[in-house]
Design a protein around this ligand. Structure first.
Ligand SMILES: [Zn+2]
Ligand SMILES: [Zn+2]
Length: 175
């Protein structure tokens, strides 16, 4: 029988080449697969703006998966611990539902997408829950509160239990 995980403590498995991921009461790190890029962010508001899963076609393609698991952090509260100059960016607006420019910042060594910056979301960066070193946060403070673009959701995924659902983009006030 498996032990019941204690989700009140950090759980930092060996999941990338960095071994210095950390998580405290109010701050945690997010690191790319190779370890070159590391960020620190607050695990509560106002620095942590929202958490959401997006099933849109653009998110499928850019994650090379079926949906993206995101959390938004205010620029004023995001710290670049290392590897800022190892990030490479690629932006386009053609497949973004709003038609606005969305710029993606990748680790230029291992390709991990660390965050996206959208021209329609000034002052914020959209990070990826999967890059967060403390895996317990994926299920606690960073658990997705909103699920959007359910109209584009793959049929074998039944959605995020308990999340507020939206057919496409939520209205600006709800996330
Ligand atoms: Zn990397
Ligand atoms: Zn999306």
């Amino acid at each position: 029988m498996a032990a019941i995980a204690d989700k009140s403590k950090p759980y930092i498995p060996f999941a990338g080449l960095a071994s210095d991921g950390r998580s405290t009461e109010d701050e945690a790190t997010a690191t790319c697969f190779c370890g070159a890029v590391q960020l620190a962010f607050p695990t509560s508001g106002p620095g942590l703006v929202n958490t959401f899963v997006c099933n849109c076609t653009d998110c499928r393609k850019i994650t090379a998966s079926m949906f993206a698991s995101n959390f938004t952090v205010a620029d004023t509260h995001l710290k670049h611990i290392r590897g800022h100059d190892n990030l490479k960016s690629f932006g386009q607006s053609q497949t973004i539902a709003s038609g606005e420019m969305m710029t993606n910042y990748f680790c230029s060594t291992c390709g991990t997408l660390m965050y996206r910056v959208g021209s329609s979301f000034p002052g914020q960066r959209i990070l990826r829950i999967g890059t967060v070193d403390d895996f317990n946060l994926h299920e606690t403070k960073l658990r997705p509160q909103v699920e959007q673009f359910i109209k584009d959701r793959v049929s074998w995924f039944t959605g995020v239990e308990g999340a507020q659902k939206f057919e496409a983009m939520p209205p600006p006030t709800s996330k």
